[in-house]
Design a protein around this ligand. Sequence first.
Ligand SMILES: [Mn+2]
Length: 310
Amino acid sequence: MRITLVGDIHGSFRYLAVLLTQLQQSVGPIDMAFCVGDAEALRNSNDLAGVVGKSRHGIGDFPLVMSGEIRLPFPVYSIAGNHDPLPAIDKDFTGGLNWGPNFHYLGRAGVKQFGSLRVGWCSGVYDARISTSGSFRRTSATTPEDRRYFTTSDVGKLMKGAKKGHIDLLLMHDWPHLPVANRQKNSARNQSEPGPHRGSHQTQAWSDTKRLSLHRGQVEARASRGNPIAQKVLEECRPSLATFGHNHHPWAGTVGRSQVVCLDRVSNGLPAVAAFEYDGDSFVDITPPHLDLPRYESITSSSPSATLSL
Ligand SMILES: [Mn+2]
């Protein structure tokens, strides 16, 4: 099967549709996509009201996906980040949310089989208080602010599924500790610039870290971002492939036996996607070195700020 990973969409579904269509034209038929969260698939003002920092983003393009004006070329399965309509996701989730045509939220955390592909995920971002204290319980009274964070119970659900069978693909929004020295803003703004996962086309931002084989001590010593829980999940689940978003910073490498791909946001084009051929055992990166994409500004129907928060 052929899959693609997708970075933070932040409501830019019109550009996502162009990006996925172009990608599919380049690599051949793609079965499905997995998004690392902050999709901001907002159906209505109610969903918008549940997103923290909503005034900065607006409702985005998702209503046009719902009406059929924007057509996603294959199914997109998304975890939630810190800018998704979490009150609605928590309220409506009954084991698989068909949110709109070819767009699905996976819910909080779990493990699910997609054909031969076993996918594990945990939505949300890390908070020292909520993500490490077993006493925190999400209830109907939990604020949208506190819903942004994953709980020990969410992580437990993922780990329980991982114990029952090897996870091929792990999806989380917030990074584990990875050796990225400095955040290089706009390093991948130019869409003709190659993404993080293509052999000789490496950019300076990540070339020195590619193919690093890291052990816990090394990683923590060199880490400038990430959180200890995502690190623990990655090390204990040992997925074949793991992907993260949130930082809008492309990065590729290995941690233990896991291939790790961190993705840029969709408005930055090619660095926001990574395509893989999966043969039931291993993943082969088939992301093309170049896609002939229009400029984001020329295609978007809304104009999210260039300084989107993470
Ligand atoms: Mn985020």
